[in-house]
Design a protein around this ligand. Sequence first.
Ligand code: IPE
Ligand code: IPE
Ligand code: MG
Length: 243
Amino acid sequence: MGKDLDFRLSKKLDHIAFIMDGNGRWANLRGLPRHLGHKKACEIITSIFKACHEQGIKVVSLYAFSTENWNRPQDEIEHLMDYLEEYFHREENELSAMDAKVVFSGDLSRLRKSTFDICVEALTKSKDRKGPIMNICLNYGGRDEIVRTTKRLIKEVQEGKLQAEDIDENVFMSHLDAPLPSVDLMIRTSGEQRISNFLLYELAYAEFIFTPVYWPDFDKKELIRCLKLYEGRNRRFGGLKNG
Ligand code: IPE
Ligand code: IPE
Ligand code: MG
């Protein structure tokens, strides 16, 4: 185990993205209400974020709530938002000590006011920080982000700030909710093997790893197991080169 934890990633990995799934099943298995799975899920976020930072990963995206998750029972949604709010209150010192910058992807305008305010506070407080970036995907849908980005571009063209013919893949990328590098590795916990509307544009050439571990049980050891798998992947980007 000590040896495992000594692992040091050598392949380029600027942006890792997690679909933090399996909270409900983790709780069910223990005879607990589903929302306690979300509580535990929030409690491990900073340690995973730190472990990624230790491996030289600059950006960590975390799928916290999808545009489809509004289909959940209202009390589960309220609990989830409570735990997210608590997360920022509790972890602000830790994030500040890491010089971590917090950004959001997703349409925050639909969130309840207390959650919206805390997100804006986390964003504002950390905006000049130079350390690792935590991108929380909240009320996030990949299709929704692409549609809203298209509208932003149309507005800039209408206002004369951008020439329509100058829009290319990079310009589009830079107008997404949080301008970040492409995702290199996407990890989904809980055994489900689908994207569930996550970072559709940003994942174009990401490596995918699906682990059966439920997110509340995900730890540094499992992260390193996934990074070792990533290390062994052959990223060709349509070419022939190994690497
Ligand atoms: C992921 O865990 C968290 C959110 C979707 C908000 P789930 O709540 O989906 O857990 P399962 O998939 O039901 O076990
Ligand atoms: C995806 O998980 C969303 C988050 C982890 C926030 P879901 O549990 O909502 O996805 P589906 O419904 O299984 O596709
Ligand atoms: Mg799920």
